[in-house]
Design a binder for this molecule. Structure first.
Ligand SMILES: NC(=O)c1ccc[n+]([C@@H]2O[C@H](COP(=O)([O-])OP(=O)(O)OC[C@H]3O[C@@H](n4cnc5c(N)ncnc54)[C@H](O)[C@@H]3O)[C@@H](O)[C@H]2O)c1
Length: 367
């Protein structure tokens, strides 16, 4: 059943995000109802979605289809995969009136979306996100792209999908660590934009993490609504969209310092990053202690791991700060941080010198 619909308007077009549970058996009808007419489609499906769902999806899409099963790893999120997809589209005589459909997490969505943006300068594109992170974050806003040997997401495009379908049924097979990954972004969205939503999360976090209805749908919907508001105002990340980077300058540096080891996945790094920037805000008197403590209690209640000592030691500080300085959102020697003033309100573009951040990590974050 579809429970909520969000309409996104961008300079390059309009599309809808439909959120609900168990509506996979009606895909062709949903496409048609949303104005998407095509005869042929190319499905890129994450293998881990599982055979049962794959069969259900294939049965429900009545159009002619080519199926491409994708092994989602950051290593496979590369230009060779895009070239392979483009080759298959050509081999199977795809035209601009046909459609590319991604069914998977952010890796499938980013890689497939990038291929859709390139093929004959733009193929119809439907994104069916199957991880919590993809449902609340990566499927919204039109960023597509792949990794290179020089770093993550270095080649890409802004390309809006024609439709996004977020069905919570997919989340049932997701490992718990992946649920936490998505929750980290939901929490981030509440902190940067809405105290009311943060209070909702705080009251219902256990039900959300257990994927209970209607809490999970509401969390996805509110989260998408916040990202929608931001990306609609700043489609190509000129300024406002940088608030979405809250906690991520620290998080990216943590992931990179650990060479993207599975010991610390992206969502776990984001939780560490949110806590680090929060503590930095407190130390610099940007945030009042009561808001700081409220968020800290939430992290404890949700059993989210925010303690840097579990993953790093003081001797890693220089490496962490050098990655923070290299963050692609930094244009100078100083480090830009997006900081929280209070729950629901962010301060953009604060620049700090590296020594200050090194001191903070060594003396205030580690214990
Ligand atoms: N485009 C954007 O705006 C944006 C925003 C945030 C992140 N990203 C990108 O998204 C990627 C991360 O996305 P992600 O967290 O969805 O990762 P992912 O695509 O790697 O999926 C996580 C894991 O879950 C598995 N999986 C997917 N669906 C499943 C299901 N229904 N059941 C069981 N397992 C399933 C995948 O195979 C993978 O092992 C990164 O590459 C990141 O750069 C993009």
């Amino acid at each position: 059943m579809i429970k909520a619909k969000l309409n996104i308007k961008t300079k390059s077009g309009k599309y809808s995000i439909l959120i609900g549970t168990n509506f996979l058996s009606r895909l062709s009808k949903i496409f048609q109802k949303n104005g998407l007419e095509f005869n042929k489609c190319f499905l890129i499906i994450d293998r881990k979605v599982g055979n049962k769902r794959i069969k259900e999806i294939c049965k429900s899409i009545k159009q002619t289809k080519i199926i491409y099963l994708f092994k989602s790893t950051e290593k496979n999120k590369n230009i060779q995969s895009v070239i392979k997809i483009l080759g298959l589209l050509q081999k199977n005589n795809f035209n601009r009136g046909d459609c590319l459909i991604t069914i998977g997490g952010g890796i499938v969505g980013d890689t497939g979306g990038f291929a859709a943006s390139l093929f004959k300068r733009g193929l119809k594109f439907i994104n069916i996100p199957t991880t919590l992170l993809a449902q609340v974050d990566s499927s919204i806003g039109g960023k597509t792209g792949v990794n290179t040997k020089y770093g993550k997401n270095l080649i890409g495009s802004f390309y809006q999908p024609n439709l996004v379908l977020a069905d919570t049924i997919f989340l049932k097979t997701l490992p718990n660590r992946e649920i936490i990954c998505g929750y980290a972004e939901i929490l981030k969205h509440s902190l940067i934009s809405s105290k009311k939503f943060f209070l909702y999360l705080d009251r219902n976090v256990k039900n959300i993490l257990k994927l209970k209805s209607p809490f999970i749908e509401k969390a996805i919907f509110e989260s998408c609504k916040i990202k929608k508001k931001i990306v609609q105002k700043d489609e190509t990340e000129n300024n406002l969209r940088k608030v979405l980077n809250y906690g991520h300058t620290f998080a990216h540096a943590y992931e990179a310092s650990m060479a993207y080891s599975k010991r610390l996945n992206h969502g776990e790094a984001v939780i560490l990053g949110i806590y680090s920037s929060l503590k930095f805000s407190l130390e610099n008197n940007f945030i009042n202690p009561s808001d700081f403590n409220f968020i800290l209690e939430h992290l404890k209640k949700a059993k989210l791991s925010y303690n840097i000592n579990k993953f790093f030691s003081k001797s890693d500080t220089n490496t962490i700060v050098s990655y923070m300085r290299n963050d692609k959102k930094n244009n100078s020697d100083k480090i830009n941080l997006v900081l929280l003033r209070k729950i629901g309100s962010i301060d953009l573009k604060k620049k700090f010198n590296q020594q200050k951040i090194k001191f903070f990590i060594k003396e205030k974050l580690f214990n």
